[in-house]
Design a binder for this molecule. Structure first.
Ligand code: UDP
Ligand code: MN
Length: 253
């Protein structure tokens, strides 16, 4: 295992939280057979919750991979209101920045290769994705299924050079990097050498990924993975909000 993948997972309380985190935990357990995994879980809350603490204890017992538990609450004025459409506000900004800070404060730049991957709690990940992330040298990219109003979004390669020439994306494919959060991996050395690179509420909505990547690389330098961007190993799935009409006391669900 010559590489460690730092998986950055923002999470917040709703009925499906535990189910989502179990799916991610089990995916990482499988992935950890082939690569070292460091899971960074950042709760969108004022305090770390028992639910997430208890879930992470399972990793202590199994000892498959490492984790760190952080919390960073989204300021109330940035938070979605009940009836707001999902695109109205940024999500995960505070939490991803807390993870970047933790990385900059704690990760030693020397030694084996380290790659960061933004691993939202509700997506669906093929274990094969982690073998692709392990191949990243600086910034690697791959297709993401079921996103942006298309069956998939993907970088488009120039057939002559094999390099990224553009993007197929349902929304603003002319962005510098029309890539979903789940569609790239980045070497931690780059994150350490550019401390000013963070996510921001001032970024135009839908431009978080593009602006973040602009700190580190250019379209021409992107490394296409997943068989030259011909395979889909991650899906931007979204879990339906369950219609909970009552609660049975005494259970953690
Ligand atoms: N998230 C969060 N606080 C929120 C909303 C979302 O921490 O108030 C997390 C969420 O758990 C996920 C990531 O931020 O890991 C992206 O959110 P979501 O999946 O809702 O965004 P979308 O996939 O719709 O862009
Ligand atoms: Mn999501």
């Amino acid at each position: 295992k010559h590489v460690t993948i730092y998986c950055i997972t923002p999470t917040y309380w709703r009925y499906v939280q535990k189910a989502e985190l179990i799916r991610v935990l089990q995916t990482l357990t499988l992935a950890s057979y082939k690569t070292n995994i460091q899971w960074i879980v950042i709760e969108d809350s004022e305090q770390k919750t028992e639910l997430v603490k208890n879930l992470l204890k399972r990793i202590d017992m199994q000892d498959h991979f490492k984790y760190v538990h952080l919390n960073a609450k989204t300021p109330p004025f940035q938070k979605l209101k009940g009836k707001d459409p999902r695109w109205k506000k940024h999500r995960g900004v505070e939490q991803r920045n807390a993870a970047l800070k933790w990385i900059r404060d704690n990760v030693n730049p020397h030694g084996t290769k380290k790659i960061a991957f933004f691993m939202d709690d509700d997506n669906t990940y093929d274990v094969k994705l982690f073998e692709e992330i392990a191949k990243v040298r600086n910034v690697g990219v791959w297709p993401v299924g079921l996103v942006g109003g298309l069956n998939l979004e993907t970088p488009v390669l120039d057939p002559k050079t094999g390099k990224v020439a553009g993007y197929k994306s349902g929304w603003k494919p002319d962005r510098a990097f029309a890539i979903d959060m789940a569609g790239f991996g980045i070497n931690i050395d780059l994150i350490l050498t550019k401390p000013e690179a963070v996510f921001s509420y001032r970024m135009e909505r839908g431009f978080q990924e593009s602006q973040f990547l602009s700190y580190f690389t250019t379209k021409e330098q992107l490394e296409p993975l997943a068989d030259n961007c011909t395979k889909v190993y991650v899906w931007h799935t979204r879990t339906e909000k369950p219609d909970v009409k009552g609660t049975v006391p005494g259970f953690e669900v």
